[in-house]
Ligand binder design. Sequence first.
Ligand SMILES: Cc1ncc(COP(=O)(O)O)c(C=O)c1O
Ligand SMILES: N[C@H](C=O)CCC(=O)O
Length: 425
Amino acid sequence: MDFGGESVLSSDLWNKAQAVFAGGVNSPVRAAVKPFPFYTRSAKGAYLVTEDSRRLIDFVLGYGPLILGHAHPKVIEAVKDQLERGWLYGTPSRAEVELASMITKHVPSAQKVRFVNSGTEATMTALRLSRGFTGRSKILKFDGNYHGAHDYVLIDAGSAASEFGVPFSQGIPTEVSSTVLVCPYNDLTCVETVLKREEIAGVIVEPVMGNMGVIPPEKDFLPGLRKLTREYGSVLIFDEVITGFRLGLGGAQSYFGVTPDLTTLGKIIGGGFPIGAVCGRKEIMDQLTPSGRVFNAGTFNANPISMTAGIATIQELEKKEVYTVSERAARVLAEEIDRAIKMDHVVNRVYNFFQFFLGVKDVRNANDARKAKRDLYVKVHESLLKEGVFIPPSQFEALFTSGAHDDDVVNESARVFKKVLEDLT
Ligand SMILES: Cc1ncc(COP(=O)(O)O)c(C=O)c1O
Ligand SMILES: N[C@H](C=O)CCC(=O)O
C-alpha cells in the first residue's frame, strides 16, 4: 500500500500496520487504544492532531517526557541549530558536558553521569553497576514497578507488561530471573527480611510508582529503604525515569528528601528525544568503563540532538513557571475527577501526575491497583477520546500535565471529565 502524498485515515494505517508490525505497533501500550489506535499527524502545546483531523487534549505527553508540551519553540530552535552543525560526531561534544552539569547541579545524588539512549539501558546499566560495585549478584525490585524492557526487570513488571498479562516475560533465563527478588511496594518488613536473608547487590525502586497507575510512597518507605540498604550494604537505586525533573528540578529525591546511591533518568532530560542516564556517587560511577571494569558503551550515547533538546528543556524548567502551571492543572483536574466519580474510587496524585482507580477505596501497592475496575476505566478512556480528551488507554499508566496545560485547557478538560465520569460511574 503506497499512500503517496494523499491524506490517509487512521483506519487505513492500522490495517497496513497489522501486516508489518507484531500486534500492529512498536510499543505495546499503543495498541490498547480501542477499537484501533489513532495515528497522530502533528502536535503542539497540549494538543495532538490526528490523521483523521481530530484535535485532542493530550494527558499522555509521550508517556511523560513532554513537560513543556509538544513542539516547544525553545526546543525547536535549539535542535534546529544543532542539526545545522551536524547530529552525530562519534566524539564528545560541548552539549553533553552542559547537560551533565545541569544534572549534577540539580539532582542531589548525581556526582557523575553516564548518558545512554533509553530508560531501559539506564536501569540495565545501574543494576550491572550495583553488581560490579558490591561483587554480589542479586537484585531486589518491587511488584508493579516498571524499569524498562530488559531481562533483569521483566519480573512482576507494571505498565504494558501488566496491561497485556505478561508481568513475567517469556524468554528470560531462569539463571537471570532467579537472581531477582520481589517485594510489595510500601512494604519495609518484606525488604528487611530479604536483605537479611540474601546478599543483595542493588535495590531498585520507582520513588513514586507510575506504572500501575500512580501510587505514592508512604511516609516511611523511602527513608526506610535508605536506612536498610545502608545497614545491609546494598546499592539503593531510584528509578527516576518518570519523576526526574517532573517533581521539580531535583526529582523525587529532592521532593521527598532521600538521596539514593544511584539514579536512573530518561524522558524529560532528553526534551522528548531518546535518552537515558545513570548518575550517582563518584566511587560507584567510576566503576564504568573506561575508568572501571563494568562495561557500557553506545554509538548514540550523548548524541548531540538529545543533549541539546534536554538543555533547552531544563533551561525552561529552571524558570519554574512550567512547574506552577503543570501542578495547578493536575491538582484542579484530579479534584474535578474526584468530585465527578460517584462510585467507590481513589485519585492518586503526586504533584503534576496522577491516575484514578474505580471500584476501590485505597491503592497503596500493585495488588490494590489490580483490584480496580479496569474494564470501566477503558470505557471512560474511550468516551473521553470521543469527546476530544486523550488519557492513557491503560489503568497501569499515568496522566501527565505540562506547562502548556493552561487554564483554558484545564477548563475544557474539566467539562469533559465531568460529563463522562458522571455518566459512566
Ligand atoms: C520508571 C521507568 N523506568 C524505566 C522506563 C524505561 O524507559 P524507556 O521506555 O525509555 O526504555 C520507564 C518507561 O518506559 C519508566 O517509566
Ligand atoms: N509506562 C511506560 C513508560 O513509562 C510507557 C511507555 C511505553 O511502554 O511505550
